[in-house]
Design a protein around this ligand. Structure first.
Ligand SMILES: *[C@@H]1O[C@H](CO)[C@@H](O)[C@H](O)[C@H]1NC(C)=O
Ligand SMILES: *[C@@H]1O[C@H](CO)[C@@H](O)[C@H](O)[C@H]1NC(C)=O
Ligand SMILES: *[C@@H]1O[C@H](CO)[C@@H](O)[C@H](O)[C@H]1NC(C)=O
Ligand SMILES: *[C@@H]1O[C@H](CO)[C@@H](O)[C@H](O)[C@H]1NC(C)=O
Ligand SMILES: *[C@@H]1O[C@H](CO)[C@@H](O)[C@H](O)[C@H]1NC(C)=O
Ligand SMILES: [Cu+2]
Length: 383
């Protein structure tokens, strides 16, 4: 009798066991060195690929795109990505009647400018930016013949004692980077109330140092007016170490039992005590490790090529967190306005997220699964 009960209970539990989070216990040293995030990333990748293998959605093992950290891309692939972005910067804008929108790349500045009040500290923060990177990937493919994927920047590999942002393969100014730091400009503090980094001026060298920022800043009387200027950066390893280290990144995953808290911690959203404790946290930390103009501009940061690497990592953290406990982590949390101001109803899967005029609107529900095939079909590789 006893063994029969055990058997029945065992059968019931088997279904639940598969859904339980497979989160090992790590030592502080394993967390700080990056061993932990690499392990979590590997488990999430394997779980996601196992779902792809069984999927009937059209996202298959043949079609799934594998996104890699910049330093895990071959030099050839890095060049191909840069060239595709350069190409997009030469294609015509799809915006009509917006003076500053001169290229297809500028469309991303206009889009983010208009969506900012809805897609930050709201239910769509993670999902809207997730899909934005997908939209960019599609544009690079459709308009510029790119065959690869977007990438991501694991901030913590370049700070917290492991490296510096200035010498990161992403920002070292080499042929295979996305351009260098800005020229050193001495000033009392950095832009937007942040501590100063080590640059502040126009990019010194490398890809995108010739890129012209056409719109913004958001503090201008007419932010959408044509306002051509150099791109500036103010790289900041100290800020990265205090807000976007491997420990900070791993903690986002380990300390978040549900999406509400995950979102609060990622953004340092002070409406939650967990968000208060997270301080500036990884979202602000990654942005302000680049900083500058437009990188530090809340509305126009999407014109900075580094933006998509930063948000790639935010999306990757979300992907890892979701795939550690997929059954329980397909939720939506929050409303459709920033800080719920003005108050709006709780978001639902059928709510539409806007990507005009790039013509890629989707519902929130369509973006919950990166391998859902509607349209998303990608995973993040462990580094
Ligand atoms: C991690 O540690 C907790 C508390 O010590 C324990 O309950 C749990 O079983 C451990 N998990 C694993 C996967 O070892
Ligand atoms: C910047 O330089 C690159 C490489 O020389 C070139 O492909 C690109 O078209 C240039 N971009 C602009 C906006 O001039
Ligand atoms: C972020 O990590 C650093 C160590 O890498 C630590 O000093 C800091 O307290 C962490 N921040 C938070 C909010 O946990
Ligand atoms: C896309 O969504 C926006 C709302 O964010 C809406 O104004 C627009 O009409 C939609 N476009 C299409 C083609 O459905
Ligand atoms: C990715 O790069 C890291 C650091 O450079 C290296 O240790 C790792 O082996 C690489 N991983 C893959 C999958 O290529
Ligand atoms: Cu944003």
């Amino acid at each position: 009798m006893r063994s029969l009960q055990f058997l029945v209970a065992g059968t019931l539990l088997a279904g639940q066991a598969a859904a339980a989070p497979q989160i090992p216990n790590f030592t502080q040293q394993q967390i700080d060195s990056g061993y932990a995030i690499r392990e979590l990333s590997r488990i999430a990748y394997e779980n996601a690929m196992a779902r792809v293998a069984k999927s009937t959605s059209g996202c298959t093992l043949e079609t799934v795109r594998v996104r890699k950290e910049w330093r895990n891309m071959t030099l050839t692939d890095r060049k191909a990505y840069q060239e595709a972005v350069q190409c997009l910067m030469q294609k015509p804008s799809r915006n009509k009647g917006i003076d500053g929108a001169r290229s297809a790349w500028d469309d991303y500045g206009v889009l983010h400018y208009f969506q900012t009040p809805y897609v930050h500290n709201s239910a769509t923060f993670l999902y809207w930016h997730r899909h934005l990177n997908w939209v960019l990937e599609q544009d690079l493919r459709d308009l510029c013949g790119y065959t690869g994927t977007v990438s991501f920047w694991e901030w913590g590999l370049d700070c917290g004692g492991l490296g510096t942002v200035e010498t990161s393969p992403l920002f070292d100014g080499s042929e295979y980077s996305i351009g260098s730091n800005g020229a050193k400009v001495s000033r009392p503090g950095g832009g937007f109330g942040m501590p100063a980094g080590t640059g502040g001026g126009c990019l010194l060298s490398g890809p995108f140092s010739n890129f012209t920022v056409n719109l913004g800043p958001n503090t201008a009387r007419n932010p959408l007016k044509y306002n051509p200027r150099c791109i500036k950066r103010d790289l900041n390893t100290n800020l990265c170490s205090s807000a976007a280290s491997l420990r900070n990144t791993t903690d986002v995953i380990l300390l978040s039992p549900n999406l509400e808290i995950f979102q609060a911690i990622v953004q340092g959203d002070t409406r939650w005590p967990e968000g208060v404790r997270a301080g500036m946290s990884v979202h602000g930390g990654g942005h302000f490790s680049i900083s500058g103009d437009p990188g530090g501009d809340f509305y126009f940061s999407s014109l900075e090529p580094g933006f998509y690497f930063h948000h790639g990592n935010i999306d990757r953290l979300h992907f890892i967190w979701q795939n550690l406990d997929w059954e329980n982590r397909q939720t939506i949390s929050g409303t459709n306005t920033m800080f719920n101001r003005p108050p709006t109803p709780e978001a639902v899967p059928s709510d539409i997220m806007g990507y005009e005029p790039i013509n890629r609107n989707v519902t929130i529900g369509q973006t919950i699964d990166t391998v859902g095939g509607t349209p998303l079909c990608y995973v993040y590789a462990p580094w």
